[in-house]
Each structure stands twice: as structure tokens, then as C-alpha cells.
Ligand binder design. Structure first.
Ligand code: PDD
Length: 284
């Protein structure tokens, strides 16, 4: 497998970054994940825009080579050969001369890109496959989850707790409200009403989330951004998790709340998946 680091394509086994990189020292950086179906980077412009927003929010100057990011991704895609790939773009403030909270003058940001095989959403091949097993935990993250920061400790802790290692995802709640998963956004269905938490809650505005909001309402589904409390879970008919790598996947249970009332043929999840699938076909 190949990676890209600051101007060069380097084999995965050989790539090296200084421990004085502020990404390593302080988690001082942001990232982006773009799915590639064939040679097509799905919703590329939305991902690039979010990357620029994340960089600007932490005062890293937009990199000169962001404008030719697509060319770099294309070359990496070709080198890594898998038909479908997740492209991971990571930008840190750069390598400093010493460890200091305040960085020394202007640093040259580090740009690192890697890719891995994107396993196509297994629910497309088998819609009857058992849904995701999801936990529920307090959201202890910082207050700027709109920035796609590389500092992800609170997002990974749930997977390293011995008792929850079989979880596929964990829903994070704050003030009795559900925000999102550790690496995906969440949609709830109450009757025919599809609901996702509003962007002014502390969430990452998922590219997949935003695309689904506009795409599904354009198709006549009833979709809205609305707060969902923990108590509301007792009335929910379906829960879906969405991200660039998951696409859209159904939830089987949230802790001891089981969501098996609807078959996949009856579910809005499956109808929504068909919309996504038709877009991906047009795309690839
Ligand atoms: N995660 N919320 C969080 C906290 C996320 O980390 C992600 C994506 C999403 C969904 O965003 P999008 O639809 O733009 O992928 C929501 C990626 C896939 C990751 O960290 O690997």
C-alpha cells in the first residue's frame, strides 16, 4: 500500500513522521475521509469544503496543494488498486522545533494521505443482515465537534472498555439529548417521520447526513432536524447510522432497546438505501 506525505508517494511500511509533529504532540490537526467508488470521489466538493472549514477554524492556512488534492487522491487511488477505497486526508500544523503549546512562527503544515479498501455497505448485499449493535454513553467531547479534529479520545474510549468491545457504534448523549455516534451521524424514524439532531447540537455535520437530508426530502420523504431525547427512544420505530464509510446502516439494538418491529421491506431505511444506491450507480 502507498501513502502520500508532504509531496512524495511513500510505501506504507516506509513512511515516517517526526515525533515533533504537532499532530503527535498535541493532536493539533484535522482530517477528512472521502469514499471512492471506482475512480469517483463521492461528494468530493462537500468534503473539500469541510476540510477547508476545519483548517480555518483552527487557524491553519489553507495548503497550497489543496487545490490539486483531487490529483493526489487519484494517483493514490491508482497505486493502491482496490476498486473502492476510503481516502484519509490528515493535516497537522506541522513539525515544530521544540515542544511548546504556542507554535514557533509559521510552520509548514503536514499533509498525509492514506487509503484503505472500502468495504461496500454489507446491508446493500444483504438487507436482512442483523443491524448494528449500539451502546449509549455520555458525550464527554469538546464543544467544537463541528471541526473534524484528529483528537478523538472520547470517540475511541467506548471501544476499549472491556465490557463494550462487541459494539458496532455508540450513541453519545448530552443533557438528555442524543447527539451522534462516535464516528457516524444518527437518524431516527417515528412512524413516517425521519428525524436527525440539528446542527446547532454539538455534532459533526456529516457530508452523508447533509446529503440524505436534502436528497430524501427531494424524494418526498418527511425529514427534519429535531432534538431527540433519551426518553424518545422508547417511541422510535427505526434508527440508522450514516457516514462516508457506512453509507446508511440500520440499528438492531441500542443497549437493551431492540428495534426489530419493522422488516426491511417495511422500513424507511431500506427505501432510503435504494435512493443512495441509485445515486451511487449513476456515480460509478
Ligand atoms: N467519521 N460524526 C462523527 C463523529 C464522525 O467521525 C463521522 C465520520 C460522521 C459522519 O460524517 P460523514 O458522513 O461526513 O462521513 C459523523 C469518519 C467516517 C471517520 O472518522 O472515519
Amino acid at each position: 500500500m502507498w501513502t502520500y506525505l508532504n509531496g512524495d508517494f511513500v510505501k506504507k511500511e516506509e513512511v515516517k513522521i517526526s515525533p515533533f509533529d504537532r499532530g503527535f504532540l498535541f493532536g493539533d490537526g484535522v482530517y477528512e475521509v472521502i469514499p471512492s467508488y471506482g475512480r469517483n470521489f463521492f461528494l468530493y466538493d462537500d468534503h473539500l469544503e469541510r476540510l477547508k472549514r476545519s483548517l480555518s477554524a483552527i487557524n491553519i492556512d489553507p495548503l497550497d496543494n489543496l487545490d490539486n488534492l483531487k490529483t493526489l487522491l487519484e494517483e493514490l487511488y491508482e497505486r493502491n488498486e482496490f476498486d473502492n477505497q476510503s481516502m484519509y486526508i490528515q493535516v497537522t500544523r506541522g513539525v515544530d522545533v521544540e515542544r511548546s503549546h504556542k507554535s514557533s512562527s509559521k510552520l509548514k503544515p503536514t499533509l498525509f494521505i492514506s487509503s484503505s479498501e472500502l468495504n461496500i455497505n454489507p446491508y446493500r448485499l444483504n438487507p436482512e443482515k442483523k443491524g448494528l449493535i449500539v451502546g449509549l454513553d455520555t458525550d464527554i467531547r469538546w464543544k467544537r465537534c463541528d471541526i473534524k479534529a484528529i483528537t478523538l479520545l472520547p470517540n475511541i474510549i467506548p471501544y476499549h472498555d472491556n465490557y463494550s468491545s462487541d459494539l458496532d457504534e455508540t450513541l453519545l448523549h448530552d443533557n438528555n439529548l442524543i447527539n451522534e455516534g462516535t464516528s457516524s451521524n444518527v437518524f431516527f424514524v417515528f412512524g413516517d417521520q425521519i428525524v436527525t439532531p440539528p446542527k446547532n447540537q454539538n455534532i459533526l455535520q456529516g457530508v452523508t447526513r447533509n446529503y440524505l437530508l436534502s436528497r430524501l426530502s427531494g424524494k418526498g420523504f418527511s425529514v427534519l432536524e429535531k432534538k431527540v431525547s433519551i426518553e424518545d427512544l422508547n417511541k422510535v420505530d427505526e434508527v440508522w447510522m450514516t457516514s462516508s464509510t457506512k453509507e446508511i446502516q440500520p440499528v438492531h439494538n441500542i443497549e437493551d432497546l431492540f428495534l426489530s418491529k419493522r422488516t426491511h421491506q417495511e422500513s424507511l431505511w431500506h427505501k432510503a438505501l435504494k435512493v443512495v444506491e441509485s445515486d451511487l450507480e449513476v456515480y460509478s
